[in-house]
Design a protein around this ligand. Sequence first.
Ligand SMILES: C[S@@+](CC[C@H](N)C(=O)[O-])C[C@H]1O[C@@H](n2cnc3c(N)ncnc32)[C@H](O)[C@@H]1O
Length: 217
Amino acid sequence: MSQDKPPLDPHPLSEYVAWAGNRNREPLLGVLKEKLPKDPGNVLELASGSGMHINYFAPHFEHLHFQPSDKDEAVFDNIKKLSTDHQNDNIADPVHLDLTDPDTWFNAGNFQSFAAIFCINIFQVAPISIADGMMKCAAHLLSDDGFLLIYGPFQVEGAFTTDSNKAFHETLSSAGVSEWGLKDVADLKKAAANHGLELKEQINMPANNFSLIFGRK
Ligand SMILES: C[S@@+](CC[C@H](N)C(=O)[O-])C[C@H]1O[C@@H](n2cnc3c(N)ncnc32)[C@H](O)[C@@H]1O
């Protein structure tokens, strides 16, 4: 695959999203190796998109069972194809889970309790209002000592942490889609607090992204 950055396109099956995923999946795998439990358990991905992340991670954790999900069922064939191509038999078929629709939160396969939930690169192209759904959903589905990992670029307490994040925010804002733009970690913390969760760790990741780890208070 070309290393050149394709034009911004948030479609989950776009070249841009694949480019970003190829760049962030190895550093994210490093975080998961540190954080995921060593005992058998279940892991849910929110907004799986193409399925490239869950299919990259799953073979490294054969003791865990992975559940992909997305609000957009049009991506499910791609997720299933990757799982078949990679012979990842610890990945379930994707389920329809829309963070704005509580009726879908209990669709999470046969599992109602997850040791970990992760969600990659959604907030820069989604309204901050989904944070409430994400935190509420996570509070319902996480085991007592489980964690929610949110990855992406964010503002921190009203400020951009780097010039490149500010420039990225300006590019997103100029696209004419009101909900595009870097959201603030402070707003995620507020949403978390409303549902009994708190930010436990803010990990600096390459390319000025963060891994935000939330757990129960
Ligand atoms: C930019 S793509 C990122 C996909 C994938 N996480 C990745 O990093 O390659 C954003 C994804 O969020 C999903 N999404 C957007 N709003 C959602 C919602 N309310 N509930 C669940 N998924 C949602 C979209 O369908 C899309 O697959």
